[in-house]
Write a protein that binds this ligand. Structure first.
Ligand SMILES: Cc1cc2nc3c(=O)[nH]c(=O)nc-3n(C[C@H](O)[C@H](O)[C@H](O)COP(=O)(O)OP(=O)(O)OC[C@H]3O[C@@H](n4cnc5c(N)ncnc54)[C@H](O)[C@@H]3O)c2cc1C
Length: 300
């Protein structure tokens, strides 16, 4: 059925392998690109009326989708990417729409000499996806400079939450699958433009040096925790380079699973299960996924 009353673009029967960085996954029935907040409300209302669950899709860089797809309407905020920068005594209050790529946010702030987010440079997600995951790198996290955010709930009502209401922890938040982040306000300090640029260059070079950027992946598969980085446990279990089908543990960074070409969602998930079991057998460590698995059970 064709969605009614939506101004933004709506795609139907959408193969998720085209919309995720791992390049696996079957189709979802609908993908919405709301033009603005009212349109977002209309998309949520239409899906609710159809009794279809909705999920938010950012850049799809932290999700692995099942080959059979799943029954849900995805909402992608990429048309909502406004950035507002208001100068304050110490720096600026920066309000970024959820669909803005993190890289664009950081570049814009760096150009004005605003410091606080430059160590996150290179994380390939959007502002919305980064907040949900509390994305971070090089000791910094997206929640560090956050003041508050606005989201839309499943009834289409917009609400505001302050940072301390969002339960931020290592790579997690209490933002639920039914809360759509609309925009977020960050407090950044005035810093030294040259220093900020140098930090961005450094973290980008480190990514190129350590991560298998040349192959499709979803970034780190497992959360670091416990006694050490989990790539070291995966290495100790002898899994560097291990493959299931065309999904392989990266030779370069064993906490990445890369798609060598034509991998399926089932390959990726079987490899994740193998890694978890073999690491547990070899080291006693229980690995926990950082990536989200969509459509592998009956829920979306
Ligand atoms: C090469 C590579 C390197 C990476 N490096 C890092 C790294 O250094 N650190 C790190 O933390 N992560 C890293 N990642 C993982 C990923 O980029 C982050 O988790 C990122 O924050 C995900 O953002 P996204 O927009 O792609 O979200 P998606 O993958 O599209 O979605 C992730 C989650 O956020 C939710 N979501 C998306 N938008 C919204 C919204 N508007 N409102 C509410 N929920 C929303 C989705 O429903 C889903 O639950 C890397 C990934 C790759 C491929």
């Amino acid at each position: 059925m064709e969605p009614q009353g939506i101004r933004g673009r709506v795609l139907t029967n959408v193969p998720m392998k085209r919309y995720t960085s791992m390049k696996v996954g079957g189709a979802v029935p609908y993908l919405f690109y709301p033009e603005d907040e009212a349109d977002l409300g209309a998309a949520i209302a239409w899906l609710t009326g159809m009794r279809l669950p909705f999920r938010l899709l950012g850049n799809g860089t932290n999700v692995i989708v099942a080959d059979r797809g799943f029954a849900a309407g995805l909402i992608r905020m990429s048309r909502m990417r406004r950035l507002r920068i208001e100068t304050t005594e110490t720096g600026a209050l920066v309000t970024a729409a959820a669909g803005l790529p993190l890289k664009s946010l950081i570049r814009s702030c760096a150009a004005r000499g605003l410091t606080g987010q430059e160590l996150l440079f290179g994380i390939p997600g959007t502002v919305g996806g980064a907040l949900k995951m509390n994305a971070g790198s090089f000791g910094a996290a997206i929640s560090d400079c956050l003041v508050s955010l606005r989201y839309m709930d499943e009834k289409g009502e917009a609400r505001k939450l302050m940072k301390d209401e969002l339960g931020f922890a290592y790579r997690s938040s209490t933002i639920s699958d039914r809360q759509c982040v609309i925009e977020a306000a960050f407090e950044l300090k005035q810093g030294d433009r040259g220093r900020i640029r140098a930090d961005m260059d450094y973290v980008w070079q480190e990514r190129l040096r350590k991560h298998p950027m040349e192959r499709p992946s979803a970034g780190s598969v497992f959360k670091n925790g416990g006694g050490g980085p989990c790539w070291s446990y995966i290495d100790r279990a002898g899994l560097r380079g291990a493959c299931v089908g065309a999904a392989c543990v990266s030779d370069k960074h064993p906490n990445f699973i890369v798609n060598m070409g034509g991998a399926t969602g089932a390959d990726v998930v079987r490899l994740i299960e193998t890694v978890k079991k073999r690491v547990h057998d070899a080291t006693g460590v229980v690995l926990e996924e950082e990536v989200e698995l969509w459509g592998f059970d009956d829920g979306a």
